[in-house]
Design a protein around this ligand. Structure first.
Ligand code: UT7
Length: 331
């Protein structure tokens, strides 16, 4: 028994926020953002759009494209940085929103930018074990309301955007189209190098009514450390997964890399001596949507005909934790 990707779906809010719009909020420039990251614009939610509503739209598109109904799904794996509620997880909310009548399990994972490669690895293992036949994986993220949009937060806030991506993975015995292998890592010594630290249940009291918003309620990132590790780890994990499957980069038809920074992805491909045409980017238009970048970028590459059934594809991601990993698959 193997597992394969049946369909994908994606959603980004209609509101476009350009680098020029950000120039009006903080001391930054279109040139700086484009040169350092490759981002030109991103999408931000407006009141009424939520992590859940975006997740539902992306999921419904994936279901429709596969001609499936919610009750054809055996499990939901959901991931985001900041969920709609502190608890329960948005996976359960999604189950309600989509109108599931079966009490299938809904699992929320917290692996940030690596969430999709972690989820695909998990879904593949659960399907291979025979426990479930069809799993819906969703990453959805509202960053825009969690960002420090002043000059203080400019190194982080210009990079992130809102959006959702979904993927349905199901069992198959077709040896042509399948998830071949996954490799996952984390290195907790860098947990605080990319994090939102507050509010924390370890504070007494957790929230102080008289204190204004301090920097710790916003994402903190040691940008240079994250950049350096992203290049090293994504290159390393791609080499590993290909080596142990007796493949080389020449065998790979396409790479879907996490969309954090165009320069990171360029460096990874250069080090692997892979042509830039073997990848696709959505970062320029959507920014970094954390767990949603892989399904959004894959979805677009498939629709554009850049990835076809039968192609050998690698997904690779790096993010907070630090966590990183790769999936190797025949689409
Ligand atoms: O998905 C999670 C993974 N995240 C990532 O992979 C992101 C990894 N890191 C990066 O992408 C890069 O480190 C950044 C894009 C965040 C920053 O690029 P950098 O080339 O490392 O710039 P820097 O942090 O060294 O900053 C250079 C200068 C600084 O000014 P000084 O000290 O040289 O005077 C910053 O204060 O740029 C300044 N700066 C900005 N200027 C204009 C920082 N952010 C901005 C900004 N606009 N938004």
């Amino acid at each position: 028994m193997n597992s394969r990707i049946v369909s994908t779906g994606m959603y980004v809010p209609p509101k476009v926020v350009t680098n020029f719009d950000l120039e009006k909020m903080m001391d930054t420039s279109d040139d700086w953002i484009k040169q350092r990251s490759g981002i030109k614009e991103r999408r931000w939610v407006e009141p009424g759009e939520t992590t859940l509503s975006m997740a539902a739209k992306a999921s419904l598109q994936a279901l429709e494209r596969a001609n499936l109904k919610p009750d054809d799904i055996d499990m939901i794996i959901f991931g985001c940085l900041v969920s709609d509620y502190i608890f329960p997880g948005t996976g359960c909310l999604l189950q309600k929103e989509l109108g599931f009548t079966r009490t299938i399990p809904a699992l929320d994972i917290r692996n940030q930018c690596s969430g999709f490669v972690y989820s695909i690895s998990l879904a593949d293992a659960l399907i291979k074990s025979g426990q479930y036949k069809r799993i819906l994986i969703v990453g959805s993220e509202v960053h825009s309301t969690s960002l420090d949009k002043t000059t203080r937060g400019r190194d982080v806030s210009v990079l992130f955007g809102d959006g959702a991506g979904a993927m349905i993975v199901e069992s198959c015995d077709n040896s042509q189209s399948k998830i071949i292998d996954s490799e996952l890592h984390s290195e907790g010594q860098y947990a605080e190098s990319l994090a939102i630290l507050k509010p924390s249940p370890n504070d007494f009291p957790r929230l102080k009514a008289d204190s204004g918003p301090g920097a710790e309620i916003y994402p903190y990132m040691d940008g240079k450390l994250v950049f350096k590790n992203a290049v090293i780890r994504m290159t390393e994990v791609m080499k590993n997964i290909l080596n142990r499957n007796s493949l080389t980069t020449k065998d790979v038809d396409f790479v879907i890399a996490h969309q954090a920074n165009m320069r990171i992805n360029q460096m990874v491909l250069n080090q692997l001596e892979m042509p830039f045409e073997k990848t696709h980017h959505t970062l320029d238009r959507y920014g970094n949507t954390t767990m949603a970048t892989i399904p959004i970028t894959f979805d677009e590459a498939v629709l554009l005909g850049k990835i076809k059934r039968g192609d050998l594809v690698v997904f690779v991601a790096f993010g907070a934790g630090f966590t990183w990993g790769a999936n190797l698959l025949r689409y």
